[in-house]
Design a binder for this molecule. Structure first.
Ligand SMILES: Nc1ncnc2c1ncn2[C@@H]1O[C@H](COP(=O)(O)OP(=O)(O)OP(=O)(O)O)[C@@H](O)[C@H]1O
Ligand SMILES: [Zn+2]
Length: 675
């Protein structure tokens, strides 16, 4: 790049000076005199922006010892010079003879220069294009020239910890960082070691950026931020130099916070890249490590990074002295959701009868960003309806929108398709209602939303952090309820169950390979984490179990699905009257809420419990009942997030997900499954 810029500069200079080459500059008066005295052999008068006259003198003549001179003139003088030349030298036809030109230089100098650069620019562009092709990315040319200032943003946020709700543990941990930034002396005096880096990890939208900004806002220090993915989209070597830049800027303004979002984009295991070579990302990562080792704690710069994939980070990043503080930022629980709703409610006219607690209860699995979105959507809907207040109706619709996308009123379904959808959704709902370990059905609708044709929502009464085998078996039956209804009633399954089947298969596979819920295979984990579909491939190993085991896994998955399918079928056969009734109601009202559903489901008899889990023949479960739970929990210890070892992570490590089965078209029913 630098070489090319230098070449450009040289060419530019040559262009500027070319015009005066070989001509001595003299006074305009002397040129006029020479013309008048017939001493001129040829003349070139340039009008326009470059107001200049160049003349060559006849043999033997000279001005100031030169035979070729030039002079500049101003404005009106030009036409006078032209007239003078005309008067002296024009022929009978009024034309100037060869060698005498009056050239209007109409284009301005800048355009002229640009034009002369055009070929070079073209070559440059081709060159850049080739370079970006070599790096295997298409968008890099576009990024080139994006100024640094845009990639690295700096400000001093006004955000405070009060803006972050429902993440009390994370806030508590970050308090210390804030105090250090405010009063480094206090910590240094007692020899306390302050972490150089803090890693915030958790699902997208849980407020990691918000937390980092709040630390800067609370401490009143500048906040530098860049996204890891921006580093990667650069030319070789630029990422690393940008890292250097970033830290230089921050150090110059210390105390400061440097925030790197999506650090996984640069911080993946080294050697995990294509070809395992020394690629751009690695250089960037190495530079980041160098910088982190380089800044001494007195420097007052703290690096906060965020990721939703902490598992794929290079171990070097997590070594002591780097990101030695790791803070989980999880999806909020019910109380957290309520608080987040309260934060975002500010400034919005919410009707007095709206119970935000009820909204919080209905939104398990929602992140802060989702909840913010719900309130925003509700406000938009209210505004569109010319309403003064955001009421329950708008909030209801807003939640559905965030779950499954906006309603598709324009999608006209044929009566037949509507009927099939009603039976499909009815099948889900009825199976859930008849299963003893299922969460209650909260809502069923056959209104299209997003790509879903309809959906059924079951909701736990309270947040759940783990799931029992029986609950999972009931979930499987519930997921297959839609498909079973299609088969039972129409004898012809549709593509609408595609998403259900996908989810059911994933659940069954997880039961077998992750949760040890197959009696044949036992409590063994098979294969790499299923949430990590690409890592295994990248690292070059696909499966860590034999072909034979793989066969058994498949058989066990199939048996779980088959059993669930049969259970769903039996429920539907036994309660066909209820199913038909439910479908009629759905066709009439399109959406049924919890109370309406409870009424319809009243005649349903719950399925009996399954036989107890027997495990292996040698581990017969005892018949002695568990102790009774004391009325008040005693000695409840709070798990310390950074304590790591021994902490039970729970099956999902986040509140139980909402089960929504959208009967979408082919492919996934966009947005109807929230993870
Ligand atoms: N705990 C929370 N309290 C209040 N608002 C929140 C909270 N979590 C998220 N939000 C809202 O969601 C928005 C998005 O959050 P933020 O960008 O911080 O998430 P993130 O975890 O950094 O996501 P990503 O991983 O996608 O970068 C915030 O600007 C805020 O409005
Ligand atoms: Zn379905």
């Amino acid at each position: 790049m630098w070489i090319m810029l230098a070449v450009l500069a040289v060419i530019l200079l040559m262009n500027v000076f070319r015009t005066s080459e070989g001509y001595t500059t003299v006074d305009t008066a002397e040129v006029v005199q020479a013309i008048n005295q017939n001493k001129v052999r040829s003349a070139e008068l340039t009008t326009g922006d470059e107001q200049r006259i160049k003349i060559e003198l006849k043999d033997g003549e000279e001005i100031q010892g030169a035979t070729a001179v030039q002079a500049s003139y101003i404005g009106e003088q030009g036409s006078e010079l032209a007239k003078l030349l005309q008067a002296k030298y024009q022929d009978e036809e009024g034309l100037l003879p060869d060698g005498y030109t009056v050239s209007p230089q109409s284009q301005n100098a800048f355009v002229g220069i640009l034009l002369s650069f055009l070929p070079i620019l073209l070559i440059l562009l081709v060159f850049l294009f080739l370079m970006s092709q070599m790096q295997g990315g298409g968008s890099r040319v576009m990024n080139f020239g994006k100024s640094k200032a845009k990639l690295i943003t700096k400000d001093t946020p006004k955000t405070t910890f009060a803006d972050v709700a429902g993440s009390d543990e994370a806030v508590e941990e970050l308090h210390e960082i804030k105090e250090f930034l405010q009063e480094p002396g206090k910590f240094q005096a007692v020899g306390a070691k302050i972490p150089k880096g803090v890693l915030l990890y958790g699902p997208p939208g849980t407020g990691k950026t918000l937390l980092a900004r709040a630390v800067a806002g609370e401490a009143g220090v500048p906040f530098y931020s860049i996204s890891g993915s921006d580093f990667v989209e650069m030319f070789v070597g630029v990422g690393a130099s940008r890292v250097r830049d970033l830290f230089e800027q921050a150090k110059a303004n210390a105390p400061a916070i440097v925030f790197v979002d999506e650090i996984d984009a640069v911080g993946r295991h080294r050697g995990a890249g294509m070809g395992g070579g020394h690629d751009e990302r690695e250089q960037t990562l190495n530079q980041l490590l160098v910088e982190m080792d380089g800044f001494d704690v007195k420097g007052g710069v703290i690096l906060i990074a965020a990721t939703n994939r902490p598992d794929i980070l290079d171990p070097a990043l997590l070594r002591p002295g780097r990101f030695d503080r790791q803070i989980a930022v999880d999806r909020p629980d019910m109380q957290g959701r309520l608080e987040i709703l309260k934060v975002h409610k500010k400034g919005k006219p919410v009707a007095p009868d709206v119970d935000l607690g009820a909204v919080a209860r209905r939104t398990p699995g929602f992140t802060g960003a989702d909840l913010n979105n719900v309130l925003n959507e509700a406000a938009l809907l209210a505004a569109r309806a010319d309403a003064k207040l955001i009421d329950n109706k708008f909030l209801d619709e807003a939640i559905d929108r965030v779950v499954a996308g906006p309603q598709k009123r324009t999608r006209i379904m044929s009566d037949k398709e509507k009927l099939i959808t009603a039976y499909h959704e009815g099948g889900h709902a009825l199976v859930a209602a008849a299963s003893p370990n299922s969460d209650p059905v909260h809502k069923v609708t056959i209104l299209s939303r997003g790509r879903a044709l309809g959906y059924t929502m079951v909701l736990p009464e309270e947040d759940k952090y783990s799931t029992t085998r029986n609950e999972m078996l009931d979930q499987l039956a519930y997921m297959l309820g839609g498909r079973a209804a299609e088969e039972l009633v129409f004898h012809d399954p549709t593509t609408g169950a595609g998403n259900d089947i996908e989810k059911a298969t994933a659940t069954a596979r997880a039961m077998v390979t992750q949760y040890g819920m197959s009696e044949r295979l036992g409590a063994i984990k098979f294969g790499s984490d299923s949430s990590e579909p690409f890592l295994g491939k990248e690292m070059g190993h696909q499966r860590d179990y034999s072909e034979e085991i793989a066969g058994v896994v498949d058989e066990e998955v199939k048996s779980l699905i088959e059993t669930a399918h049969n259970e769903a079928w039996e429920i539907l056969v036994e309660n066909r009257d209820v199913l038909d009734n439910l479908v009629l109601e759905l066709l009439e009202r399109e959406t049924l809420n919890k109370e309406e559903l409870a009424e319809i489901f009243r005649p349903v008899v719950k399925r009996p419990a399954r036989p107890a889990w027997t495990g292996s023949s040698r581990r017969t479960p005892s018949t002695r009942p568990p102790v009774a739970v004391p009325a008040k929990p005693i000695g409840l210890t709070k798990a310390n997030g950074s304590a790591g070892a021994g902490v039970e992570a729970g099956s999902g490590s986040s509140p139980a997900k909402r089960e929504i089965t959208g009967s979408g078209g082919v492919g996934d029913a966009g947005g109807s499954t929230i993870d």
